[in-house]
Design a protein around this ligand. Structure first.
Ligand code: AMP
Ligand code: MG
Length: 391
């Protein structure tokens, strides 16, 4: 059985880079930059006051200073500050020639209508020098960065109103299983409500993919063949769930091969997620995920998500919280690496959840993250620092 690391390598090396497009900055959150963003200006573009106060010469701080003008933000100073002079200045305004510091208004006292005295014992410069944060021509955001709200100010400041970003991958999602009914229906005897296609769609959309949900397909070769062919033609990636294991009606791997998909692996040594199929056909990659919803979720997080990000040019690393384990974990079967749902408690420890296995959507819904036990590891003691992969 293939270790997760090997499976990841195979999957990632099959990811082809999508082309790019320009989008409005307002629609750029969640997208991956396809080129470096370079500043066209120094930031700040001029020596800029960090405080409301008085711009003056540090050597004059002990003296009474005459106020020669008031400088508003957005207005250039008209006067040069000379000995025993100062200019009243607002935060963000341009520091006048001659001045080398700004004293905070809170540390001053008016002496007459036109003179002021520094009342503090010391002051910082309170000047943000030109180019302190960014130099013209400097790279502000790198190609491959995923744009978050925290990047928007940088884009706006350097005038990048239409960043070049990777195209969003088109992802077809298919659920297979005779027992499945859609969530809006009441399951009959022996049926269950179908959840994977909706969960997978949400996972894909969360990272910026465009989903076509082909819904439920029965466990027969013709139907799977037909829907799979349609989705391979119309998408960059196809994700199936169910029907990938060794049951009598698990046709997905066979059908994948029949339609010309080169199956690169069929099982991975992880729990949940052992029956995971991956194959490539021309430009399209195809994942067959296990039917159980926790397994489908976990395999998406571990394999499909980094793959889709790589297609967009982004090197994805999950966020981890490393924290003590609140109670011990034990298991008897240690053949595979296993992933276990945990909650982060109020006091920031990792609490293993009551977990009944890969169908336990309740445990998944309560989880803040997953921790892994490597193959061969049967136990993690209470208090051990564990790294929780946040979900
Ligand atoms: P399979 O991989 O087809 O053997 O399915 C494994 C288990 O997952 C079975 O109990 C299925 O009923 C269940 N299952 C399969 N597909 C879905 C789905 N789309 N939503 C919820 N459960 C599913
Ligand atoms: Mg099935």
């Amino acid at each position: 059985m293939l270790a997760l690391e090997e499976a990841s390598k195979t999957v990632l090396s099959s990811a082809r880079q999508l082309d790019s497009e320009r989008v409005n900055m307002a629609a750029a959150v969640g997208r991956v930059l396809a080129e470096d963003v370079i500043s066209d200006i120094d930031v700040p573009q001029f020596d800029r006051s960090a405080m409301d106060g008085y711009a003056c010469r540090r050597t004059d701080l002990a003296n009474e200073l005459s106020v020669i003008e008031t400088i508003r933000a957005g207005c250039a100073p008209r006067e040069t500050v000379g000995p025993n002079q100062c200019s009243k200045i607002m935060t963000g305004a341009m520091v006048p020639q001659g001045a080398d510091c700004v004293v905070m208004v809170e540390q001053t006292e008016m002496q007459t209508a036109t003179t002021v005295r520094f009342t503090g014992s010391q002051t910082k410069d309170n000047v943000r020098p030109r180019g302190e944060d960014i130099r013209a021509g400097e790279i502000v955001l790198r190609r491959g960065a995923r744009i978050g709200p925290q990047h928007i100010a940088a884009l706006a400041t350097v005038g990048c109103t239409h960043p070049l970003v990777s195209r969003r991958p088109k992802v077809g999602v298919i659920s297979t299983g005779d027992e499945l009914v859609s969530p809006g229906e009441k399951p009959g005897c022996s049926q269950i409500r179908e959840s994977n296609s909706h969960q997978l769609s949400a996972q894909v959309e969360q990272i910026g993919g465009i989903v076509t949900n082909y819904g439920i397909v029965a466990d027969n070769r013709q139907d799977i063949d037909r829907v799979m062919r349609t989705s391979v033609i119309n998408n960059d990636v196809v994700i199936l769930s169910g029907g990938v294991s060794v049951g009598d009606y698990d046709y997905v791997p066979d059908v994948m091969r029949e339609i010309g998909i080169n199956v690169l692996f069929h099982t991975i040594a992880i729990k949940p997620g052992k029956p995971t199929v991956f194959g490539v056909c021309d430009d399209v990659c195809c994942f067959g995920l296990p039917g159980n919803p926790v397994a489908s979720f976990v395999v998406f997080e571990l394999l499909v998500k980094p793959f889709l990000f790589k297609m967009m040019g982004h090197h994805y690393r999950p966020a981890y919280a490393c924290t003590p384990l609140a109670s011990a974990i034990r298991r008897s079967e240690t053949q595979r690496q296993s992933w276990i749902p945990v909650a982060i408690t109020e006091d920031l420890t990792a609490e293993p959840l009551e977990y009944h296995g890969s169908a336990d959507i309740r445990a998944l819904a309560d989880a803040d993250g997953l921790i892994s036990l490597d193959a061969g590891v049967a136990e993690i003691e209470k208090g051990t620092t564990v790294c929780v992969m946040l979900i």
